[in-house]
Design a binder for this molecule. Structure first.
Ligand SMILES: Cc1cc2nc3c(=O)[nH]c(=O)nc-3n(C[C@H](O)[C@H](O)[C@H](O)COP(=O)(O)OP(=O)(O)OC[C@H]3O[C@@H](n4cnc5c(N)ncnc54)[C@H](O)[C@@H]3O)c2cc1C
Length: 259
C-alpha cells in the first residue's frame, strides 16, 4: 500500500482529467506497464479526518473505522510512469450522472477537485495483458474507461504485435492524436454522437462489423461490462476463437456505482 500525494492535475480533453500521483513510496511500485492498475483510496475534499489505509489488509483496517472515516475506493490504470520525479499519471474519464438527483460520482468529483498535496493511498493490482505465443496481431476493444490502459498497452508493445483497436470515447474532442503504437496498427476511434448512448455499444457494434486481418490473434477487451462480455461471446460463438486467446474484464457496470 503506497502513501502518495497528488502532484498535479490537468484537464486533457472535455472528458478526461490527468492526475499525477507521487512520493517516496513509488520506489516500491513494480513498473510492469501494459494495463497495470490499482485501487486508489481518496477522501472528498471537505473531509479532513478520513483514514487512508497503510497496509494490504485494507479491508480489515477500514472495517475497524466508522463509516464517516472510510475513504472512497476506485480502480484506475497507470497511464505513464515518471521515474524522474517518483511519480505516475492516471487518467480519469469524466462521466455525467444519468440521474441528476444522485450525488456526483466520487471518482469524478475527486479528479476534478484534487489539488497538489492531497493525500491518497494506492494498491497495485498488476496487469492482465498476456498475448499467447503464436499470434500475429492483436485486437484491443474498449470504451473511455480503458483508454489509459489501451494507450499504455500500445506504447509498451510498440515494435511487436500490430493492433486493430476499437476505442469508443464520449466526444470527437476526446480523440488523441500523438500515439505510440506498433507499426501496422489501426485505431478506429468511435466518438458517441448521442450522450444518452450506453458506453460500449458503438465499440461492440464496430468490432462485429469489422473485416479482420488474417492469422491467429490475441484479444484484450475491457470497459462497461456488457462490452467486455459481448466481445468475448461474439468472438468465441461467431468466430470460433479459443477462449484462451482472449483476456476480458468489466471495468464498470452501467447504472451501478463501484464498491
Ligand atoms: C482494472 C480497472 C482499471 C480501470 N482503469 C480506469 C482508468 O484508467 N480510468 C478511468 O476513468 N476508469 C478506469 N476504470 C473504471 C473506473 O474504476 C469506474 O468507471 C468507476 O466506476 C469510476 O468511479 P466513479 O466514482 O467515477 O463512478 P461510480 O460512483 O462508480 O459510478 C456512478 C455512476 O457512473 C457510472 N459510471 C462509472 N464509470 C463510468 C464511465 N467511465 N463512463 C460512464 N459511466 C460511468 C456508473 O455506472 C454509475 O451509474 C478501471 C476499472 C478497473 C476495474
Amino acid at each position: 500500500m503506497l502513501s502518495l500525494t497528488v502532484q498535479a492535475s490537468a484537464q486533457i480533453s472535455p472528458h478526461f482529467m490527468s492526475v499525477t500521483l507521487g512520493g517516496d513510496d513509488v520506489q516500491y511500485l513494480e513498473q510492469s506497464g501494459y494495463d497495470q492498475s490499482g485501487r486508489l483510496f481518496f477522501a472528498d475534499p471537505e473531509d479532513d479526518d478520513v483514514f487512508l489505509p497503510s497496509s494490504e489488509r485494507w479491508i480489515l483496517q477500514l472495517t475497524l473505522r466508522g463509516s464517516k472515516q472510510r475513504p472512497h475506493v476506485r480502480t484506475y490504470s497507470i497511464r505513464r510512469f515518471r521515474p524522474e520525479s517518483s511519480a505516475f499519471d492516471i487518467e480519469v474519464s469524466l462521466h455525467e450522472s444519468s440521474d441528476p438527483q444522485k450525488p456526483a460520482a466520487p471518482g469524478n468529483r475527486w479528479a476534478l477537485t484534487a489539488r497538489p498535496g492531497a493525500k491518497v493511498a494506492f494498491l497495485d493490482e498488476g496487469y492482465s495483458y498476456a498475448p499467447v505465443p503464436g499470434v500475429t496481431w492483436q485486437l484491443l476493444v474498449g470504451d473511455e474507461s480503458t483508454l489509459p490502459a489501451i494507450l499504455a498497452i500500445l506504447e509498451r508493445s510498440a515494435g511487436t504485435l500490430p493492433a486493430e483497436v476499437f476505442l469508443e470515447v464520449p466526444a470527437p474532442e476526446d480523440i488523441r492524436s500523438e500515439i505510440t503504437a506498433p507499426p501496422g496498427t489501426t485505431i478506429h476511434w468511435l466518438p458517441r454522437s448521442d450522450p444518452r448512448t450506453k458506453p460500449g455499444v458503438l465499440a461492440l457494434q464496430a468490432m462485429k462489423q469489422a473485416q479482420f486481418p488474417g492469422g491467429r490473434f490475441y484479444t484484450w477487451t475491457a470497459g462497461e461490462s456488457s462490452l467486455a462480455t459481448g466481445v468475448r461471446r461474439y468472438l468465441v460463438g461467431e468466430r470460433r476463437i479459443p477462449k484462451s486467446d482472449i483476456s476480458f474484464r468489466g471495468y464498470f457496470s452501467h447504472g451501478r456505482a463501484s464498491l
